[in-house]
Write a protein that binds this ligand. Structure first.
Ligand code: SF4
Length: 325
């Protein structure tokens, strides 16, 4: 999220605008994207472009810890690759992980990860990222550490050593100064005992971002391509959302040039309303589209017009804060 303060809406808008201006200034469009006219098909092949927010993760020479400039983080995020083996129980149509090539590592080595994280945080604090060519032109605002994300090449709650990894990251924080921890998850494992135990190490300042990419089983089947039913994902959002505020992440891609049907968006907004009515605290819904090239060539970016309509539908139907990222 851009700004964590739930009462700082104006400030959040200001920061978001700043980041959007910065992002526009940083955009180096190699091939100009044509303006979308009503009669044009949706963009589904990404034009070659490079912006601060579209750049791939930078592993900084590490095995498990990487840096990424993220619109949803509002700047620099250090990520822990919780699933170097690429294990996931989803097969999202927009996934950027190429599972056709062998993984670089087969498992998360927690001690090595903690050392890398400590070094990466010191490097950020001492401004060492600036010595790497790509970061030299980035404004200071984008190089402040926003959070450490438990994320990576698969579903983090499936990591065999989930608890140990969370404990290690919390220890690094205790030794090296506070940073926010964000668990980025598809929600399917949030009811597992070892995951619930791991979440006990998080503070109120930490966040859980949970994926919800649609409102009907048929649409989820098309986008997330998983055996895990939508019902379970919703139940897990409710389970955690009743205990602490959660952020919902919803990626709507153009699939073969088609935007999601409006009936689906209405169903999706209705699921969010039902969660809220049942007691889930949803502090923000992040709406976005496929940005970096994925493995699936038929999957692409939706125009801002469509994403804005989804945001409006969520706000009107569910009365929940929603933003395009
Ligand atoms: S949940 Fe994440 S890692 Fe798993 S397939 Fe979807 S995008 Fe890829």
């Amino acid at each position: 999220m851009i700004k964590q303060s739930r009462c700082g809406c104006r400030r959040a808008i200001g920061v978001r605008l700043t980041l959007k201006i910065v992002e526009a200034a940083l955009t180096r469009t190699i091939k100009t994207r044509p303006p979308v006219k009503k009669e044009q098909p949706l963009i589904y092949h990404q034009p070659a472009r490079e912006t601060a927010f579209d750049r791939p993760r930078d592993f900084l020479g590490n095995r498990f810890v990487y840096a990424v400039i993220s619109a949803r983080a509002g700047g620099l995020s250090l990520g822990v690759n919780m699933n170097p083996d690429q294990r996931c129980n989803f097969d999202c149509v927009y996934c950027e992980v190429d599972r056709r090539t062998p993984a670089r590592e087969t498992k998360l080595v927690v001690d090595a990860m903690a050392q890398e994280l400590r070094r990466a945080i010191i490097a950020v604090q001492q401004g060492q990222l600036r010595t790497r060519p790509w970061y030299q032109s980035l404004p200071e605002e984008l190089l402040k550490l926003r959070h450490v994300a438990l994320s990576g090449d698969g579903e983090p709650t499936l990591a065999a050593n989930f608890i140990e990894a969370v404990q290690a990251v919390v220890r690094v924080r205790a030794l090296g100064g506070f940073f926010k921890i964000v668990l980025i998850t598809n929600g399917t494992g949030l009811d597992q005992p070892q995951v619930l135990r791991g979440l006990e190490y998080l503070t109120n300042s930490d966040e859980i971002w949970i994926k919800l990419d649609g409102g009907t089983q048929a649409f989820i089947d098309q986008v997330n391509r998983s055996d895990v039913p939508l019902e379970k994902i919703l139940a897990n959002i409710l389970l955690i959302g009743r205990q602490r505020p959660v952020i919902i992440q919803s990626l709507f891609p153009a699939i073969q040039g088609e935007e999601p049907p409006f009936d689906e968006i209405k169903e999706y907004a209705q699921r969010l309303k039902e969660l809220k009515d049942a007691g889930a605290q949803i502090s923000l819904v992040q709406i976005y589209s496929a940005a970096r090239p994925g493995v699936n060539a038929g999957c692409g970016h939706l125009p801002l017009r469509v994403l804005s309509q989804i945001v409006q539908t969520v706000r009107q139907t569910a009365g929940i804060r929603a933003e395009v990222f």
